[in-house]
Design a protein around this ligand. Structure first.
Ligand SMILES: [Zn+2]
Length: 473
């Protein structure tokens, strides 16, 4: 069984946790396990973490943790929809599927079957920036997992029957996850409008006509370029010793040759000079609003201030936008936000699900009032302290599990350029001042810098009526 997930923009683990909290779940009241340690803010870099780069360029990072005899493996390929071009959009995500469809020593279906027989489980996801493969397994399966993972990189099967059947699977995934999902459809249109030059305009799932048309030659050259060992970062956390991991990596990944580095993405999105708007009219239950502003990258000095700002605005029921739109105005039933985490400057995006029959213009203007209020008056000390506490408790929660450790190491290595930055992140968040957040809000929440998307539900046409619209869920 292929398990896949699709993320519209690479969001960090901690950011994702917080976004989930902002979408209605009550944030957990968990406190750092060791408050003394937490207070000292910057944790020392654990000495047991070891790294190695193979001669073919594969980067490996190992975090031994012997609490339980399991292992989490994350293999990050530095390829996502940002590396695509018109004609082959969606190809990165397509490979996420093809990677489960058979390789030289393991015919279709065997990857999952053998892994499950040995107590393991797996998943994968594709974003604008990366494609990540995850395995969780008992340490007894360590060598087997290396064998399975290396076989599909070395010797993936390119069988035209498999390609055609998987093309249909992805085409129907597009239909259910985007075309029939109003929030996803609106997000796709907002991204394609906010970016006129940079390939972040390309949806991760791909445009329908490209999904229908990519050719075997496109697949082969894309795979050779981007699924090379020199374009991957392999992370393991759990009941392993670095030396055994490095030896297995040498044995199974070592023989896979390096490839010329992939062509860099050099296009820089030009500054936006005025508001852009996009509207969608299609069958649906309620109106939707999405507002996006251009931001920098996770490596910018104000990226921690941005995370805290986004929590203050939408994390939990005491957040500013929840209180204003859901509690006070009662014009929205839900509000959330997300911050893109990737290689190039992305977006901060606010999404509101309106109460039935409410006017999107009223919600939009209330949203702008709240954003302007942060730019004009800043945030309170209590709000700042709460956001920092939530960030810190999410940090410690992440490091409680081998899955969190593997994911966070990879995220820091790939998006922040150095896995060690994980351990200085509490100190960086602690150093953020209220005035930093205010200055950032003033700069970002400029109406010339925003893209607004509105979805207005319209009557569903009766069967037989001449319409291209499909039924909304
Ligand atoms: Zn998929």
């Amino acid at each position: 069984m292929i398990q896949t997930s699709l993320t519209a923009g690479g969001r960090g683990v901690i950011a994702a946790l917080l976004t989930a909290a902002s979408l209605g779940a009550t944030p957990s009241a968990a406190q750092p396990r060791d408050r003394t340690e937490a207070k000292s803010a910057s944790r020392a870099v654990p000495r047991e973490i070891a790294t190695k780069t193979l001669p073919n360029g594969l980067q490996i990072i190992v975090w031994p943790d012997h609490d339980i005899s399991n292992v989490a493996l994350y293999n990050w390929f530095h390829v996502g929809s940002r590396n695509e071009r018109f004609g082959i959009t969606g190809l990165s995500h397509f490979f996420e599927h093809m990677m489960f469809n058979g390789s030289a020593h393991h015919p279709t279906g065997e990857f999952d079957r053998v892994m499950e027989e040995n107590g393991g489980a797996n998943n994968a996801y594709t974003s604008n920036d990366v494609t990540v493969y995850q395995d969780w397994f008992p340490r007894s399966a360590l060598e087997l997992i290396f064998q399975l993972e290396a076989d599909r990189i070395c010797c993936l099967t390119f069988d035209s029957t498999k390609v055609e059947s998987e093309r249909q699977v992805v085409y129907s995934e597009r239909r259910t996850s985007v075309d029939d999902d109003n929030a996803a459809l609106l997000d796709e249109q907002v991204m394609a409008t906010a970016f006129v030059a940079h390939p972040y305009q390309i949806p991760v799932i791909g445009w329908p006509s490209d999904i229908e048309r990519w050719k075997m030659s496109d697949l082969k050259s894309y795979f050779r370029t981007y699924y090379a060992p020199n374009n991957a970062t392999l992370i393991l956390a759990g009941d392993v010793a670095p030396e055994e991991v490095f030896a297995l990596a040498e044995r199974y990944f070592g023989p896979i040759p390096a490839q010329p580095p992939p062509p860099p993405v050099t296009t820089i999105e030009p500054p936006q000079l005025g508001e852009r708007r996009v509207s969608i009219r299609k069958p649906g239950q309620v109106p939707l609003l999405e507002v996006a502003y251009h931001i920098g990258t996770p490596r910018d000095p104000d990226s921690e201030a941005l995370d805290l700002l986004h929590m203050i605005l939408t994390s939990g029921e005491s957040s500013r936008l929840y209180r204003r739109l859901v509690d006070q105005d009662r014009t929205a039933v839900g509000v959330g936000s997300s911050v893109m985490e990737g290689f190039d400057p992305g977006l901060i995006t606010f999404q509101a699900t309106l109460a039935p029959d409410k006017d999107p213009a009223a919600v939009e203007s209330a949203l702008y009032q709240e954003l302007s209020r942060v730019a004009r008056d800043g945030v309170t000390e209590a709000e700042l302290a709460k956001a920092k506490n939530m960030q810190l408790s999410a940090y410690w929660r992440t490091l409680e599990t081998i899955n969190g450790k593997a994911s966070a190491l990879g995220e820091n290595q790939v998006f922040h350029g150095d896995w060690r930055k994980l351990f200085s992140s509490p100190a960086r968040y602690a150093a953020v001042k209220g005035r930093d957040i205010q200055a950032l809000a003033k700069r970002i929440f400029d109406d010339k810098n925003r893209t607004v998307g509105v979805l207005i539900p319209e009557e569903e046409r009766r069967a037989g009526a001449p319409s291209a619209a499909r039924g909304a869920r």
